[in-house]
Each structure stands twice: as C-alpha cells, then as structure tokens.
Design a binder for this molecule. Structure first.
Ligand code: OFO
Length: 162
C-alpha cells in the first residue's frame, strides 16, 4: 500500500526534528568541554550520535516505502547554559517535546489506518520512554546531590562511562 503524502510530510518534519536534536546535544557537549566536564561532554556526544541514528532510521523507512526524503536545514542550537543542571533540565524538557511529536505521528498513522507506519513507530515510542528516563534521572541526581562543584564532578565521572 502506498504511503500517504501527509505521512511522508510529517516524517520529513520529524527527520528535521531528529537532526535538530542531534545539534542541540552536540552544542551541549561543546559547552561541557568548555567547562572541563569531560564525562558530561562524552555523554552528550553519544546522545548526538544516537539522534543521528534516529534521523537515519526515519530516512531509511521513507526509502523503504518508496517516498521522497527531503534533507532539512538544521536549526542553530542554543550554545550557552547556566550550569550542568540547566543543561540536563533543558535536555529532559526537549525529550518530552520529542515524545509529544512521536505521539502525534502515531495518532496520524492511526487516523490514516497506516498500519506499517504504526508498527515502525513502536520503536520510537519505546525509545522516547528511555530518553526521558535517562535525562530525568540525571536531573534528579543533580537535584538530590546538589548542583555544587563536588557533586557535578562526581556525576561527571559517572557519565564518562556511557
Ligand atoms: Fe530522537 O530522541 Fe531524543 O530527541
């Protein structure tokens, strides 16, 4: 069954959102490098790579369905933050936003009775649960231990092992 133009359009928009996410995390990584927080920089660099994978998975899906992929312009990410807590709070909020985008896509696929896209999106629904959990647990850790130099240094060392 042919994929609808509206689903192709929505997935192309999501491809952009995933590349935007990648850039947001790359900028967060650069911020941490500048702060001397190598572990957090490493964690964000890994997150950047994951987002590129998310985008490519959508790209490949459109190829498989014989649809046209439009390679998007990537938005300039914010490059300054107050501190580590501010960065991870922003990341958590961003993941909640991405989850809402994925849910909208699922809703659209359900409305259009596009079962293949619904099945494909299942992976992203699960992935978003993990993404929110990863970022919110670091926010919780920073809030629990305190956002002071000593705690940030400890968490930085832990995040180096991602
Ligand atoms: Fe692609 O999940 Fe984060 O943004």
């Amino acid at each position: 069954m042919k994929i609808s133009d509206s689903i192709v359009k929505a997935i192309n928009e999501q491809i952009k959102a995933e590349y935007d996410s990648a850039y947001i995390y790359l900028a967060m990584s650069a911020y941490f490098e500048d702060q001397g927080l190598k572990g957090m920089a490493h964690w964000m660099k890994k997150q950047y790579a994951e987002e590129v994978e998310h985008a490519e998975k959508f790209v490949n899906y459109l190829y498989e369905r014989g649809a046209r992929v439009i390679i998007p312009e990537i938005a300039k990410p914010k490059d300054d933050y107050n501190d580590a807590l501010d960065v991870f709070q922003t990341a958590y909020k961003h993941e909640q936003y991405v989850t809402s985008r994925i849910y909208n896509l699922v809703e659209q696929a359900v409305n259009e009775k596009d079962y293949a896209t619904q099945s494909f999106l299942k992976w992203y629904v699960d992935e978003q649960m993990e993404e929110e959990d990863n970022t919110s647990s670091i926010v919780n850790q920073l809030e629990f231990l305190g956002n002071d130099k000593h705690s940030v240094y400890m968490i930085d060392r832990e995040l180096a092992s991602r």
